[in-house]
Unconditional design. Structure first.
Length: 219
């Protein structure tokens, strides 16, 4: 399946056996209006099933397992766009006061959405019943990935400023930072595998740094 440009985050919708890919959008030429982005939907054989049009480039997005909503970070619009996976239309828009809302994680059990922002570097906690921000914490700068560990009620934030931050969820509205782990600069992305109890962080190749993957046990 061919996409226009800037293909980014990918999710698998297990309930509908569909693959969802964010792409497109952004400022094509300086001072021109934002162009739309979209989340393309295809089946597992690569056949197009439709798309969800967003106001601009979609960054991280998360799917409900017990519902039909998909939450999408759209940093150019400083908002989270909420879409319905059945109708493939945006149904709500939640403003984000802090710009550059890139990574996202979902705690569906407590109706909480975690949004990582770069300017300023903050982690915002949104109530998914109404879109209101219920908590915010300072985090490592240049974050590009964050994850929610439902088994241990923790959040892991990876940032290019050179750290991984770990937060403990005391209750849905209160969080404490329990660790700040140094990593090489420009380490921004990774993956959390709950079945393994491991967080993997991708270290980019640099002038004095070899490319590698760091593996952390989430004890």
């Amino acid at each position: 399946m061919k996409l226009k440009d800037d293909a980014d985050n990918i999710r698998y919708d297990a309930r509908n056996h569909a693959v969802m890919i964010g792409y497109g959008g952004g400022k094509e030429i300086r001072n021109r209006p934002l162009s739309p982005g979209a989340i393309a939907v295809m089946d597992t054989d690569g056949n197009p099933m439709g798309e969800i049009v967003t106001e601009s480039h979609p960054e991280s997005f998360q799917l409900e397992k017990s519902g039909t909503r998909v939450f999408v970070n759209v940093p150019d619009k400083k908002e989270v766009e909420v879409a319905d996976m059945t109708t493939r239309t945006v149904t709500d828009r939640w403003p984000i006061a802090d710009a550059q809302n890139f990574p996202m994680a979902l705690d569906e059990g407590h109706h909480r959405l975690f949004v990582g922002c770069r300017v300023p570097a903050q982690l915002l906690v949104l109530d998914t019943t109404n879109g209101k921000t219920v908590a915010s914490m300072d985090i490592v700068g240049q974050t590009d990935d964050l994850f929610y560990d439902a088994q241990k009620s923790r959040i892991y934030v990876i940032g290019g400023q050179g750290f991984i931050d770990a937060f403990q969820q005391k209750d849905p509205d209160h969080y404490d930072r329990i660790a700040r782990i140094p990593v090489p600069l420009n380490t921004r992305t990774g993956i959390f595998v709950p079945e393994w109890g491991e967080l993997l962080a991708a270290v980019a190749h640099g002038e004095k740094q070899e490319a590698e993957v760091l593996v952390y046990e989430t004890k």
